[in-house]
Ligand binder design. Structure first.
Ligand code: HOZ
Length: 434
């Protein structure tokens, strides 16, 4: 495969954009690649780069594209309004349609505010929890990523972890002091902390997908719900990834646990920039202009994003069998990956939930938290990533992210993926044998 145009674009971008990219994980740094691929277009399960190379895509824009690239139902709806104008800074019908659908489907949400990104949603949800409780401290879990607002960039996952650190520079000591962190799954410590400190909220990815994917035990989430209720702490589920992906009603429907606040993004914009936070009416009515918790945005509830999100969610709602099919396809890949690992003597622990999975190159039976995930062999991951890319399959360029499936990934794509995975595992096995 030739990557000349992508390499040239990257060289140009390096002089114009920090690191040549607008989100760090895109730089392909941790997988020792000369340059990332620059994408020209996507269709179904595939993307095409500026050198016209074709790839089966397991990034799917990091989650929004559960229906695949350019799904006809979504595009058809977007086309209906795209020529009317782009954004008005005034309310539109499309925001109300999307809000109505979210309130109908997500169990905990009685009222919802649309934002432009997941980062904005989590930042606002934390502010709201502080206002509601009158408390300052917040609790998050090591390796969970909730976007890049100051308070949440502590012991963080995703791009930070990929580049070998967890706390961003540029955050004041005051902010750091108010953000408490614990290991994911450690209920005893949560209980101890919440009974001894005044904490405004516990924010959690109900299925962490930013330190690689972690398979959550329902008992942990049930425990969080019990303790937060008893201590009058706000429980925030960050469902930016899991919302409308793990189940139509997200992880809260899947596990049957109702948080106080929920943050959303990705799928609810159908591939366009969006986020949302919502929850109990009593809490949401503190948001301005009803209350004095300020949140605003020129592009909040953008009509195109709202329309694309509405079309995506409507399609999911009308076709509920999608979730079973996605899980079956994911299991098909995961089962075969485990067989390949055994065949070539490669240590792996594969975590999967719904349509997400991570292959941890690690000699552990289970990867349950950040401490486990950090034990992964990133050199083996890099061989895996590069073999896949050089043979037309794009997987996340980081050991600490999840693979995303869409409904456009059919048996044909899955079987081709497994053929290339076999090449990768063979290479890693041969390297290990030396
Ligand atoms: N961090 C997100 C996935 N875990 C994707 C956004 C990004 O960092 O580029």
């Amino acid at each position: 495969m030739v990557f000349k145009n992508s390499i040239d674009l990257y060289k140009k971008a390096l002089n114009l954009i920090p690191g040549g990219v607008n989100s760090p994980v895109r730089a392909f740094k941790s997988v020792n690649r000369e340059a990332p691929i620059f994408v020209k277009k996507g269709q179904g399960a595939r993307i095409y780069d500026e050198d016209d190379n074709e790839y089966i895509d397991y990034i799917c824009s990091w989650g929004p594209l559960i229906l695949g690239h350019n799904h006809p139902k979504v595009i058809e709806e977007v086309k209906k309004i795209i020529e009317n104008g782009s954004s008005y800074g005034l309310p539109t019908k499309y925001e109300v349609d999307l809000a109505e659908l979210i309130v109908e489907i997500v169990p905990s949400i009685e009222k919802v505010r649309l934002t432009t990104s997941g980062t904005e949603a989590t930042m606002s949800a934390v502010r709201l929890a502080r206002a509601y409780t009158g408390r300052n401290k917040i609790l998050k879990f090591e390796g969970c990523y909730h976007g890049h607002s100051d308070a949440l960039l502590v012991k963080s996952g995703s791009g930070l972890l990929t580049d070998g650190y967890q706390d961003s520079n540029g955050i004041t000591d005051g902010v750091l002091k108010d953000t408490l962190t614990l290991g994911f799954g450690d209920l005893e410590k949560v209980e101890n902390l919440l009974r001894n400190e005044e904490v405004a909220c516990v924010i959690v990815e109900p299925i962490p997908a930013n330190m690689g994917l972690i398979e959550t035990h329902k008992e942990f989430l049930q425990g969080l719900r019990r303790i937060t209720e008893e201590t009058k702490t706000v429980l925030i589920f960050d469902e930016v990834i899991s919302g409308f992906r793990l189940a139509l009603g997200g992880a809260q429907e899947f596990f049957g646990i109702t948080p106080d606040l929920t943050t959303l993004g990705k799928i609810i914009g159908g591939g366009y920039p969006v986020g949302a936070f919502g929850g109990k009416r009593e809490i949401m009515d503190l948001v301005a202009p009803v209350g004095r918790v300020y949140h605003a945005g020129t592009l909040s509830g953008n009509p195109i994003a709202s329309k694309a999100g509405f079309a995506t969610i409507s399609y999911l709602k009308e076709n509920p069998s999608i979730y079973k099919e996605l899980a079956e396809n994911t299991n098909y890949l995961v089962d075969n990956v485990e067989k390949l690992a055994e065949k070539y003597g490669v240590d792996v622990c594969v975590n999967s939930m719904g349509s997400l999975f991570t292959i941890f190159f690690v000699d552990l039976e289970k990867v349950e938290n950040l401490e486990d995930s950090l034990k992964a062999n990133t050199e083996n991951f890099s061989i895996y990533f590069n073999t896949m890319l050089d043979n037309g399959i794009v997987v996340p360029p980081s050991q600490f992210e999840a693979h995303f499936l869409s409904i456009a990934h059919t048996k044909k794509e899955l079987d081709r993926t497994l053929e290339v995975m076999e090449m990768a595992f063979k290479k890693i096995g041969e390297k290990n044998a030396k």
